[in-house]
Design a protein around this ligand. Sequence first.
Ligand code: APR
Ligand code: ZN
Length: 247
Amino acid sequence: MSIERLTELVRDRQPCVVLTGAGVSTESGVPDFRSREGIWAQYDPMEYATIDAFLADPVKVWDFYGKRLHLLRDAEPNDGHRALAELEERGWVRAVITQNVDRLHERAGSRALVEVHGSIRTSSCLDCGAVVPFDEVVRRLENASAPMCTCGRILKPDVVMFGELLAEAAIARASQLAAEARLMLVVGSTLEVYPVAGLPLETLATGGSLAIVNRGSTPFDDRAALTIDGGAGETLRALAVSLPARR
Ligand code: APR
Ligand code: ZN
């Protein structure tokens, strides 16, 4: 029943934009943040994920991010990521807006992708502006507690930390996609972190609809045309199976 309804919504309410959160990557072995066994159950985000914490003690923050980079180095895209890339290819998904920094959408083949919280793809130097790619950062972490820039300063991962502004271009593009969408499909997010959690409101404000696939509730469930309390991978795979090539 719910897959048929989701298929109908995607088919009839174009363009469709997808907003993903950490729940789309858990099936790749990447923990999310707010589930019971999520990252914030083990680490206090105020100690490890704010720009102030990083500036005060970058080595401590890298102790957290170093573990994440090693985990993300070994993670592979899952059925959910691949299904979204296929749906984009067939013309059913205009773009994916993701809160995730794990590169899995890109590695699954998504092209129209807005990474609103940045990405671990690079780390940068706040002093000299050097930009260092992921693999080189992981290499520099092998025998150091934090990756150093050649100028001597500790590098910062190019992810948006709490207390930092989102990249203007990214949030502007995401906002435009949300406003133009006739359907926003949210997958694997608690929709608790602004400004990204405000994007569904932009779709609703211009008369668009909301569909939510998430294990657990979100503050937007009562405004959604459809909510599916199910797995991201299996639901997106079933959606891709039911939507033939469009172009
Ligand atoms: N299928 C469907 N839903 C899932 C799955 C799955 N396989 N695995 C987890 N979920 C759900 C969880 O139940 C939870 O409701 O995905 C949601 C993930 O929510 P969060 O952990 O809050 O992640 P997210 O919404 O992406 O967090 C937003 O917060 O800490 C910051 O920067 C961080 O980008 C992150 C932002
Ligand atoms: Zn430098």
